[in-house]
Design a protein around this ligand. Structure first.
Ligand code: PAF
Length: 284
């Protein structure tokens, strides 16, 4: 695997179609699983490692977001990446850069309510990275569900010729979805954070037992100690919930200063699947 600092170096290393995994670094097993999915397509696997300033609000964690290029390189190489692309800000946003990708009204809902401009920042950097890396596929985790749906929409609406591949959420033994921000949690917060997947698991079990509306699914989530931002039931495409179609239950909350998001897809064709996916595992 090479570590490339410029798009020129990336393109010199490419042989065949590019499967792309955009990241902000601080890689963990969740990212490794995305890279393994990309590697399954053959061709060249390019992983970007860029903490994108335009998707952080003024009081968010841009400055303290974890950065560890050597650690990232080790994880990316072991998972099957061919190129780790770690550009400088000036390559991604050269002088005179003035274009913004506005992904439409869904960007102002759910996470967009508390993070105005966040998804425009994400869509802009992803489209810019597509231009620099020129992938045929891009792998996005379901953990960031709204981001995934928006990036599918952007690729379709702008006819970018990039297939957006959704990848399953990877969880810790107690169910907490892996996230680079989990490293901000102290031991007490880490214990409280496990209430997030537990709430989703309770809803998934109610779904397996036949509940289909918000009242039945969200009967008594134990979210004590968490500052809830939203817990919303939507259709799988993030339109209004329809009890006869696949749904997604999404949560965002704060544990101390750390913001966590998670979700579970509830599919009437496989009513038990979500509860099984969220079942607590024995620690390794
Ligand atoms: O999911 C992320 O890590 C980021 O939002 C992304 C897609 C790499 C864009 O900066």
């Amino acid at each position: 695997m090479i570590v490339a600092r410029s798009a020129e170096e990336v393109r010199a290393a490419v042989a065949g179609p590019v499967a792309f995994v955009p990241t902000m670094g601080a890689l963990h097993e969740g990212h490794a699983s995305l890279i393994r999915i990309a590697a399954g397509y053959g061709g060249t696997v390019v992983v970007s490692d860029f903490v994108n300033p335009t998707q952080f609000g003024p009081h968010e964690d841009f400055e303290r977001y974890p950065r560890d290029l050597d650690g990232d390189a080790a994880i990316a190489a072991a998972a099957g990446a061919d190129v780790l692309y770690a550009p400088e800000v000036a390559e991604v946003y050269p002088e005179g850069f003035a274009t913004t990708v506005d992904p439409g009204p869904l960007a102002d809902q759910l996470c967009g309510r508390s993070r105005p401009g966040h998804f425009a920042g994400v869509a802009t950097v992803v489209v810019r990275l597509y231009g620099l890396v020129r992938p045929t596929r891009a792998v996005f985790g379901r953990k960031d569900y709204q981001q995934l749906v928006l990036m599918q929409r952007v690729a379709r609406d702008l006819a970018l010729g990039v297939e957006v591949v959704p990848a399953p959420t990877i969880r810790e033994a107690d169910g907490l979805a892996m996230s680079s921000r989990n490293r901000y949690l102290d031991a007490d917060e880490r214990r409280l954070a496990a209430r997030v997947p537990a709430a989703l698991r309770a809803a998934a079990e109610a779904y397996a037992d036949g509940a289909r509306d918000a009242d039945g699914l969200l009967a008594a989530p134990d979210l004590e100690g968490l500052e809830l931002e939203y817990l919303e039931l939507r259709a799988a495409d993030l339109g209004p919930h329809d009890p006869d179609r696949a749904a997604v239950l999404l949560i965002a909350c704060r544990v101390g200063a750390t913001r966590l998001i998670d979700n579970v897809v509830l599919d009437p064709a496989h009513p038990d699947r979500a509860a099984l996916e969220l079942a607590a595992k024995e620690p390794a």
